[in-house]
Write a new protein. Structure first.
Length: 318
């Protein structure tokens, strides 16, 4: 089954916080071709299987493209009605464009309508319904409606477990995003259970790293700081092997581990960890992102030193 996925750095479902739904138009059109689901750009009356979908004008601005998609939707609504497959596609495409240009509430409203219509026309378990439901879940998260996002991810997880099995990549992705939504809506215990299961089911090492980061955040949410530390230590070891000590992604976790030691009241270990992270970051301070991270490390190291009573050393960092 081909799914329209948002462009998230963490496909395995860690806890990345990207904004906007990236419309994968080519993936959507491929799905349409496979299923005979006509494209929103198909002229009314043409064969949906053989028609070529025109590419967007490369000089067209996002706002102009959104206006074009609005006209397409209105034309289809007038001539075909809201529940024609072409109208549903047009609404999904318009909602995706709204999300891309930052009109998030408008995107949610259009995805909600598209999902309602897709369920009536195709059924709850159809591939197109799955695509639109996932877009709506992402959009709910983007506007901070995490409980509503969780409801959609629950439905997606149930559907994918039944049709793909628990260890399929798309099933693991749905479970991990459900865990993120649970955590962000304050349901930390449910988030922990799903993160732990996703780690067991995931077959991709890098995805497991990101899932462990999400799990560490959920553990922190219920005060299980020693468990947080355990997860971050595993991620740090993996990133050191894969990326080296001085890579930005490694340094971010090294810093986070130091802060976790501070949260756990393990001040001496916090100092040791943050000092090591700070030294590694200083060696790569020519990179602007690492330079910004270095400033945060220095602040947190000063705090850890103060907590250990090493006030003179802490003062020297300011």
């Amino acid at each position: 089954m081909l799914l329209l996925m948002r462009g998230s750095k963490v496909r395995g479902g860690g806890d990345s916080s990207h904004s906007g739904v990236v419309s994968r138009v080519s993936m959507w059109r491929s799905l349409l071709r496979r299923t005979g689901f006509v494209s929103a750009d198909t002229p009314i009356g043409e064969n949906p299987v053989t028609v070529r979908v025109p590419a967007p004008d490369p000089g067209e601005t996002p706002a102009l493209r959104a206006a074009s998609l609005e006209r397409t939707l209105n034309d289809h609504l007038d001539e075909l009605g809201a529940e024609d497959p072409r109208s549903i596609t047009a609404r999904n495409n318009l909602a995706s464009k709204y999300a891309q240009i930052g009109r998030r509430e408008a995107a949610v409203a259009q995805f909600e309508l598209a999902l309602e219509q897709a369920v009536r026309v195709f059924g709850d378990d159809h591939a197109q319904t799955d695509v639109i439901r996932e877009n709506l879940a992402w959009s709910y998260g983007d506007v901070g409606r995490h409980a509503d996002a969780a409801e959609q991810w629950e439905a997606l997880l149930k559907h994918r477990q039944e049709h793909l099995g628990p260890m399929a990549a798309d099933t693991v992705a749905a479970r991990s995003r459900l865990a993120v939504s649970y955590r962000r809506s304050g349901r930390h215990d449910a988030a922990i259970a799903h993160f732990e299961r996703a780690i067991e089911d995931s077959a991709v090492p890098e995805d497991r790293e990101n899932l462990r980061i999400g799990l560490s955040l959920a553990y922190s949410g219920v005060g299980r700081f020693d468990d947080t530390i355990q997860q971050l230590r595993m991620v740090l070891a993996q990133r050191r092997r894969r990326l080296g000590n001085r890579h930005l992604d490694t340094l971010v976790i090294h810093h986070r581990l130091g802060r976790a030691y501070t949260q756990a009241g393990r001040s001496a270990e916090a100092v040791e960890t943050l000092q090591a992270a700070y030294r590694s970051a200083l060696a790569e301070a020519g990179d602007p992102e690492i330079r910004m991270l270095t400033m945060k490390m220095r602040r947190d190291l000063a705090g850890a030193l103060s907590a250990c009573g090493r006030h003179r050393e802490a003062a020297s960092l300011f």
